[in-house]
Design a protein around this ligand. Structure first.
Ligand SMILES: O=C(O)CCC(=O)C(=O)O
Ligand SMILES: [Fe+2]
Length: 317
């Protein structure tokens, strides 16, 4: 039997959640929730391989190609390539490829992009209109709050690194099974961040000599099956691995006032404007401390941390 680990817990599961129940009981908690039995439309039974190939898009799609299971944004063990959509779907569903870029067992990941991917957020209705008809988004937010809807198709066993997004999100599982491990924004200091991503790639077997604090990060686990919806609140870190051929759609929406978001953010992962300005201010403050000898820098650095803890933390610990 696996050893009990007090740092691992399951994401709470809610059955047959109405809009009212979500908005009154689940959403305000601002923790992840797995919702079962919400109608996400006929996609769960209609989207066979042949249907996806036929109703997808005739535009080529940009994909990640990886020869390893854990995609590594540090050493870049994946490459960006382009494939016709039906070819991508076919390859994601097969274990061994006749045609390939690097090797016959390579894996693929599509994260759909907007029409102009430098500025437009992805929108299922625009880029995949025939498929969009089959997906019903939960009515958990107002139309003006909608930010993007993203089709994600991937090969078995491919893992997307731990990262956070800055929008509220529902990840709808349509085909296949996915395992998701989430971490609270309050555990950010145990995740060894590089920007919006954690440098710990293999979260299931981490190198604790290199990343000792990770052992104390609480892991929130869940398994998504077709029809399941995972609510991922803004800033919650998530690491996602597919067990088999997987198709999901996620919807990001704005939880804060619209003017707080960076207008040039097609992915929904740029820090809100005041947060990014505050980070810039911090970097300026640290640069100022460079003018002082090390022991002064250390002392004033600590005073800054104390002030941040007192004025910004929810939990003053
Ligand atoms: O399901 C995936 O592959 C990744 C999902 C994700 O990162 C998201 O919904 O923000
Ligand atoms: Fe994400």
């Amino acid at each position: 039997m696996a050893k009990f680990n007090p740092f691992i817990r399951n994401v709470p599961v809610y059955e047959d959640v109405s809009k009212e129940k979500f908005l009154q009981e689940i959403y305000p908690k601002r923790i992840p929730a797995l919702l079962r039995g919400v109608d996400i439309g006929p996609c769960t039974h209609l989207w066979t391989l042949s249907y996806l190939c036929e109703k997808g898009t005739s535009e080529p799609v940009k994909i990640h190609v990886s020869t390893e299971n854990d995609m590594d944004f540090i050493n870049k063990n994946y490459a960006y390539r382009t494939l016709p959509f039906d070819e991508l779907v076919t390859r994601c569903a097969e274990d061994i490829h006749q045609d390939f870029f690097f090797d016959e067992k390579e894996k693929y990941y599509l994260r759909a992009l907007g029409t102009d991917n430098r500025k437009d957020p992805a929108n299922l209705s625009t880029e995949f209109p025939q498929l969009a008809k089959d997906v019903k988004f939960p009515e958990f937010f107002n139309e003006e709050q909608f930010f993007s809807s993203v089709l994600r198709i991937g090969s078995p066993h491919l893992r997307l690194w731990t990262h956070y997004d800055i929008m509220d999100n529902v990840l709808m599982q349509i085909k296949g099974t996915k395992h998701v491990i989430l971490f609270s924004p309050q555990d950010a200091n145990k995740l060894y961040l590089k920007g919006d991503k954690s440098m710990i790639l293999n979260v299931e077997d981490p190198d604790l000599e290199k990343f000792p604090l990770f052992a104390m990060a609480h892991q929130h686990h869940c398994t998504l099956n077709p029809g399941d919806i995972l609510f991922i609140p803004a800033m919650w870190f998530h690491n996602v691995v597919a067990e088999d051929f997987s198709v999901s759609v996620n919807v990001f929406w704005k939880h804060l006032s619209p003017e707080l978001y960076d207008p040039k953010d097609p992915y929904g992962n740029k820090d809100p404007i005041p947060a990014s300005q505050a980070l810039q201010g911090l970097r300026r403050a640290l640069k100022l401390l460079e003018k002082l000898p090390a022991e002064y820098k250390d002392f004033y650095g600590r005073r800054m941390v104390m002030e941040i803890e007192e004025k910004a933390y929810l939990d003053k610990g």
